[in-house]
Ligand binder design. Structure first.
Ligand code: PLP
Length: 396
């Protein structure tokens, strides 16, 4: 009999691993592979944040803290919501975890019973379905097309809701497409959700600050009738280039926040005391670099989208946030190219042209691939040249 638990058997290994592993092997073999797979900013954590961490270490801020976050960090988070999202929370409506990932995992563990459904619009961030499965829930995947801007419509949401629906996830701007929901689009979804009083909303706002073209970020908790049913997750990983520090947080109903803390108290306890001190500085300190970095990301986005759309057979929407694009490779999947799936396409691209990207099917939508442009312009120029030559060779 296997030592491995049944719950672990419910989940699959990360589908992105095949490409990442192959890229690693090729690099080890001395090949000049350009990785466009990373989900993290290539920028460094700003100095004021690093200095706050050094100060915390030197002043002995090195002990256990309150399980779900220090009072100082919770206060900084309350202030952030007030200032940036016009949302008023008290500190007992805030929880802090080891990355947004832990907060989401705890939220599902704390709320899902066997068979409870979670509506996940696809393309989705790879971890949502498996987290739901681990917690005993049932992911209900709703495919959103390129024509819909890869965003769930009110009509599709309404159709997907059943008596068993416990959560719907909204991720804006999105990983993997970069699509941000406009205020009107959120309001349309809200109309459906206001009528379905048992459904809770999990809003993943981790890319809030990485946005372009005057996109006005709007989060569903701003709809007052849904406030009591919304858990808003955010964190410092992407906005402040702090992926390694592992600080994420959420705001929402007190009972859910308390339950998340209970799980954390019996699993990891508090997130790192030093990272929490750094996160206080991130949230309270100077925010000027966020705009500067968004400007750099925008230049890259414009370059990547333009370059991709200049390639015959590729179509790429121009997203208004995050640092990903999600172009179509459907035109290359045919008998002539001998490529059947997007996985074949990305594997061939890696083997022939040394560019690592991730297949769309890993994110729940076939026929696409994800490019992360969180890398230097030099790398992007080289990569776009290689993708163009690769596609031209397929077109021949
Ligand atoms: N949500 C989305 C959509 C993400 O892309 C990520 C990270 O890639 C996370 C949540 C989790 O971020 P972290 O755990 O680094 O805070």
């Amino acid at each position: 009999m296997s030592i491995i638990s049944d719950s672990l058997k419910r989940i699959k290994p990360s589908p992105t691993i095949a490409v990442t592993q192959k890229a690693r092997e090729l690099r080890a073999a001395g090949k000049d592979v350009i990785g466009l797979g990373a989900g993290e900013p290539d920028f460094d954590t700003p100095d004021n944040i690093k200095n706050a961490a050094i100060k915390a270490i030197k002043s002995g801020d090195t002990k256990y803290t309150a399980v779900d976050g220090t009072p100082t960090l919770k206060k900084a988070i309350v202030d952030k919501f007030k200032k940036e999202n016009k949302l008023n929370y008290s500190t007992d409506q805030i929880t802090v975890g080891t990355g947004g990932k832990q907060v989401l995992y705890n939220a599902f563990m704390a709320t899902l019973n066997k068979g409870d459904e979670v509506i996940i619009p696809a393309p989705f961030w790879v971890s949502y379905p498996d987290m739901v499965l681990l917690a005993g829930g049932k992911p209900k995947i709703v495919k959103c097309t390129e024509q819909e801007g890869f965003k769930i419509t009110a009509k599709k949401l309404k159709k997907a809701i059943t008596k068993k629906t416990k959560w719907v996830i909204i991720n804006s701007p999105s990983n993997p497409t970069g699509a941000g929901y406009l205020k009107k689009e959120i309001e349309d979804l809200a109309k459906v959700l206001i009528k379905n009083k048992k459904v809770h909303i999990l809003s993943d706002d981790i890319y809030e600050h990485i946005k372009y073209d005057n996109f006005n970020f709007f989060t569903i908790a701003q709809i007052s009738k849904l406030r009591d049913r919304t858990l808003t997750m955010n964190g410092v990983s992407k906005s402040y280039a702090m992926t390694g520090w592992r600080i994420g947080y959420a705001a929402g109903p007190k009972d859910i926040i308390k339950a998340i803390g209970k799980i954390q108290s019996q699993s990891t306890s508090n997130p790192s005391s030093i990272s929490q001190a750094a996160a206080v500085e991130a949230l309270n300190g100077n925010q000027v670099f966020i705009k500067k970095r968004s400007k750099a990301f925008k230049e890259r986005r414009d370059f990547v989208v333009r370059s991709l759309n200049n390639i015959k057979g590729i179509n790429c929407l121009k997203p208004n946030g995050a640092f990903y694009v999600f172009p179509s490779c459907k035109d290359f999947l045919n008998k002539k190219t001998k490529l059947k799936t997007d996985t074949d396409f990305v594997q061939k691209l890696l083997e022939k042209s040394n560019v690592a990207v991730v297949q769309g099917s890993a994110f729940g939508l076939d026929g696409y691939f994800r490019i992360s442009y969180a890398t230097s312009m030099k790398n992007l120029k080289k990569a776009m040249g290689r993708i163009k030559s690769f596609c031209e060779s397929l077109n021949k």
